[in-house]
Design a protein around this ligand. Structure first.
Ligand code: GUN
Ligand code: ZN
Length: 427
């Protein structure tokens, strides 16, 4: 039976960075018709009600219905070490991240954290995510199993590292290739699961391992590839010392077959001109991780400049370098960083980044990220007056943008009234 879901609706037909507010579609009394995991129709509530009298109605009143949030770069194994105090990137990895990731050799622990991560993010309205696992194949199996059980569309990959990581947290070029290939062949395209080839970053891979990952990507061009790029200045200096002949950080990927469309480059803060030009030329995706960039002290991503230059940009929490599981909090941080760079991002741009923009960065904008006939039915239902502070700020709003901005800036999981995954309410 079809579901007819009523409420205010916000979705996008284009990119508001390029097209302004004409790219947004808002219906104050709208409806989404959903059946068998897909959106069948979107329109005025009265019209769809009359046309589909047999549909089961769920009326969310004045709540806002949007495509579910899409977190384009996370490390689910870092769930338990989120909000760890006082370090910058390399020390943070060594002090907090690597010891925690070591624990994922235990498949039972991996399954426990994977389930916890999925529940925490669904409570935040995040219906899809693209995650790093650890070097352990079991950690990939765990997150695919957890997402599959919940019907979620996700991307995950075995994090490959064969140097500059502790004993017990290193693979080899060959084992990384073999394990990644086996996981890819087992999981890629099953239900809503996709394998993403995942060399962690140049400092933790030998040139041989980067080449092996490049070869695997060339053999599987339909897969995405994710890594980190130019997050902190001392990281960049380290990369230059490890790869003395490379033209720049990006070249350490490019020269090993790891630059292309379908490449996802997390952070991308301190880019040189050649790097920006090449990333734009190949139409690679840059993933902005604003709460992480402030929390670990990385720097100010140039959203306005990179969007104006036509880069494909997604938005992400970067759990647990990021300090929140919430894409609302992540939008707020993107706004604040934009202000520090002199460009106030519009609420439409922020919401687009967290939904359609991340979908586009993940090359899944034909499946998720917007509400339109044929799209997969992942929805978040937002209470725009979820706390007294937000309620009083929205009371006099006279358009949808004024009405949602206090929730963007001050909202958390209390604003998430419901989350639908694959056409079914998950909570
Ligand atoms: N660079 C390499 N690994 C990581 C990671 O786990 N988190 C962040 N923020 N940056 C990284
Ligand atoms: Zn990361």
């Amino acid at each position: 039976m079809a579901d007819l879901i009523l409420g205010q609706i916000l979705t996008f037909s284009g990119d508001p960075f390029a097209q302004g507010l004409s790219a947004a579609r808002h219906l104050s009394h709208g409806a989404v018709l959903v059946e068998a995991g897909k959106v069948l129709a979107l329109g005025e509530a009265d019209v769809l009600r009359a046309a589909h009298p047999a549909a089961k109605v769920t009326d969310y009143g004045r709540h806002l219905i949007s495509a579910g949030f899409i977190d384009a770069h996370v490390h689910y194994p870092q769930t338990a070490i989120i909000a760890s105090w006082g370090k910058r990137l390399i020390d943070w990895l060594n002090s907090y991240t690597f010891p925690e990731e070591m624990r994922f050799a235990d498949a039972a622990y991996a399954r426990e954290v994977a389930a916890r991560y999925c529940e925490l993010t669904l409570a935040q309205g995040t219906t899809s995510f693209c995650t790093y696992a650890t070097i352990h194949p079991e950690s990939v199996e765990a997150i695919f199993g957890a997402a599959q059980a919940r019907g979620q569309r996700i991307w995950a990959g075995k994090t490959c590292m064969d140097r500059n990581a502790p004993d017990g947290l290193r693979d080899t070029a060959q084992s990384a290739y073999d394990d990644s290939k086996r996981l890819l062949q087992t999981w890629h395209g099953i239900d809503r699961l996709s394998y993403v080839i995942t060399p962690r970053f140049s400092p933790t891979s030998t040139p041989e391992q980067l080449s092996a990952m490049g070869a695997l990507w060339a053999e599987n061009p339909g897969c995405l590839m994710q890594t980190h790029l130019s997050e902190q200045t001392d990281e960049i200096a380290w990369v230059k010392s490890l790869f003395p002949t490379a033209r720049d950080y990006l070249d350490t990927y490019e020269s090993h077959g790891l630059l292309g469309k379908g490449g996802l480059y997390g952070h991308a803060i301190w880019l040189e001109e050649r790097e920006k030009a090449r990333l734009a030329e190949v139409d690679a995706s840059l993933i902005h991780c604003p709460t992480s960039n402030t929390f670990i002290g990385s720097g100010l991503f140039d959203m306005a400049g990179l969007k104006a230059a036509g880069h494909r940009v997604g938005l992400a929490t970067d759990t647990g370098g990021g300090s929140s599981f919430s894409m609302l909090r992540t939008m707020a941080a993107a706004y604040e960083l934009g202000q520090l760079r002199g460009r106030a991002l519009h609420p439409a741009e922020l919401w687009w980044l967290a939904t359609a923009g991340s979908a586009r960065a993940l090359h899944a904008d034909h499946q998720i990220g917007t509400l339109a006939p044929g799209m997969e039915a992942d929805l978040v239902v937002i209470d725009l007056a979820s706390t007294p502070a937000i309620e009083q700020a929205t009371r006099r709003a006279d358009d949808i943008w004024q009405a949602i901005f206090p929730t963007i800036m001050m909202g958390d999981d209390r604003a998430i009234h419901a989350t639908w995954v694959n056409g079914r309410p998950s909570r």
